[in-house]
Design a binder for this molecule. Structure first.
Ligand code: ZN
Length: 371
């Protein structure tokens, strides 16, 4: 079996640093990815095993005393060496126990939040919107590689691709190895000699993009709709973030919402309330005919089925509920007054009297006082 020191080409009293350096140099020549030949592969195994033994102070001492385990050739040894070389040569890939992997330039894009103003009509029927968003899109020139076309990133000379710089600090407890991101490559393990001039090496560019979305019926203020993958593209062409649309529904002059129902008030004159009438109202669906029954009372509700809101998860539309408000004339000309007095004589209406408490009327009064 070849002598480990000879295999690595170092002196018997070589320092750990020298052994590591020699190993890296050889690994770079002999790694199967770089040098696919059969001989190189055998050599690579020898070099890796030699390094495994000599890089471990205990094993090295045993080897120096003539007690090499001689286990070379076992699958375990070969495999261990392989993962080890990935860590030192490619800077990661194995368990990542020795040093951190170099970080990737590719990262997921950020999520974005856009506010959308809707009318109540939009909520009733759902609405299609084209929304302009300021975002980042993939750089067409480099397709996210960050490099000028025809060029590539190169392995960082300083950290040799690991993205980390190890420093050995002497302390009372012995040597402590700390690793920090390489400042030359910012921890990427590679540098970009010719950054793409379109995106300044970011792999993405600022852009205003139009997002088309069908906003479903039934949404309400504060609701957030998630559009997965519609956010900005990540650095170096990383996956897109998500886009969130936060809905604000403007108050309507006439209609207000109660769950899936729409509410409105219909003012009916005292005369129409007495005699009954028919009326055409402008609902959000267009004109709707309403029958006001003879003798309708203030606070009575007229329900128009299926003219409310389609719920967010469902198909059955709510109702349009119209509350009748009877309007008493505050001024009558003398002739009208005489007619009403005549009516009073004929019908002898019950005099005013206390009746059961009616909360609905009070809430209406409250509404009036607020104005
Ligand atoms: Zn670019």
């Amino acid at each position: 079996m070849a002598d480990h020191y000879e295999v690595l080409g170092v002196a018997r009293d070589a320092s750990p640093e020298e052994i590591k350096k020699a190993y890296r140099r050889l690994a770079r020549q002999l790694h199967p990815d770089v040098n696919p030949g059969e001989d190189a592969s055998e050599q690579f195994k020898l070099v890796t095993h030699a390094y495994d033994v000599l890089s471990d102070p205990d094993q090295r001492q045993r080897y120096d005393l003539g007690g090499d385990s001689g286990a070379f050739g076992g699958a375990g040894a070969g495999f261990g060496g392989f993962s080890d070389i990935f860590e030192t040569f490619f800077g990661g890939g194995g368990g990542g126990t020795r040093a951190g992997r170099p970080r990737s330039r590719r990262e997921r894009g950020q999520d974005a939040l856009v506010r959308v103003d809707l009318t109540l009509g939009d909520v009733v029927f759902g609405v299609h919107r084209d929304i302009e968003v300021d975002t980042a899109v993939l750089c067409e020139t480099c397709q996210g590689s960050c490099c000028q076309p025809g060029t590539q990133p190169v392995t960082c000379d300083i950290c040799h691709g690991s993205g980390q710089i190890q420093r050995t600090v002497r302390s009372l407890l012995g040597n402590v190895v700390t690793s920090q991101p390489c400042t030359t490559c910012q921890g990427y393990g590679t540098t970009i000699p010719y950054p793409c001039s379109t995106c300044q090496g970011q792999g993405r560019v600022r852009a205003r993009r139009t997002v088309s979305i069908d906003i479903p019926a039934g949404v309400e203020t504060g609701l957030r709709l998630q559009l997965p993958g519609s956010g900005e593209v990540g650095p170096a062409g990383g996956p897109n973030g998500d886009l969130y649309l936060e809905v604000t529904v403007a108050p309507h002059d006439v209609f207000s919402r109660d769950g899936d129902d729409l509410l409105a008030t219909l003012e009916v004159s005292m005369i129409d309330a007495i005699l009954g009438t028919s009326v055409t109202i402008d609902s959000l669906d267009g004109p709707v005919d309403l029958e006001i029954r003879q003798g309708v009372q203030a606070g009575d509700e007229v329900t128009i089925r299926g003219r409310g809101i389609t719920p967010l998860r469902g198909e059955q539309r709510g109702d349009l509920r119209v509350a009748v408000q009877v309007v008493t004339p505050s001024h009558l000309d003398p002739k009208s007054r005489a007619l009403v007095q005549e009516l009073a004589k004929r019908t002898r209406p019950a005099p005013p009297h206390l009746a059961e408490f009616h909360p609905g009327l009070f809430s209406k009064l409250r509404g009036k006082f607020k104005r």
